[in-house]
Design a protein. Sequence first.
Length: 230
Amino acid sequence: MWMSYLAGRDGPNRPALPVGEFFHPLSLLALSLLIVNDWILKPSLWAPSALTGKLSDVAGLVFFPLLLTALVDCALLGLARLGLDLDFSLRRGKLFLSIASTAICFSAVKLSSSVRQLALELLQGLGLSARIVADPSDLVALLALWLSWRIGMTEIARVPLGRIEFVKRRYQREGVVAGPLLHDIVPAGADPALARDLIEALDVYLSKPSNETASLVETHLAALRDLSPK
């Protein structure tokens, strides 16, 4: 429930920002770890530099792809509300591209001196001071991207924030029913029976919108989101 205060409470009459994956507890924990590590542990004399460096890499790789998808979908949401027909909810393709892009950039910074210098200049241009150590062994931190994938898939399985608004827009624009627009939640781990109940409730709401049918959608949505994906 706490997420609703940060992103909005999702539902037929309660649009939410498509940022659920970034506000996942593990994503926020990784961001908090990065802040504590870079601002407290690294400046201290007792914290081993090898340990703090690896912690920064792991924490950054966990939350950054999820931040990237959230930012992209928020931008797409803004364009959709201006009238463009865009999907602004999290999909596996977006998640994969975000993770792959993060992996490529991280590897390039660690392996290429020219890319590393470019990254430092970019950070300095943003007013941030940073030191990037060239250590190919840091590439082992790429394993942390698996956790980003699992967090993203969990968000999809729970019906990602913003998806209900997208379903409404596609129905109003083209008459597309809910099923094809929610086809990815069961492969991501959603309970098939709960997903079916939600889709049926959504179709009823789309054809006969009312407070009663909207409440039914929210009930099924809450039931699905209370379960962890398989």
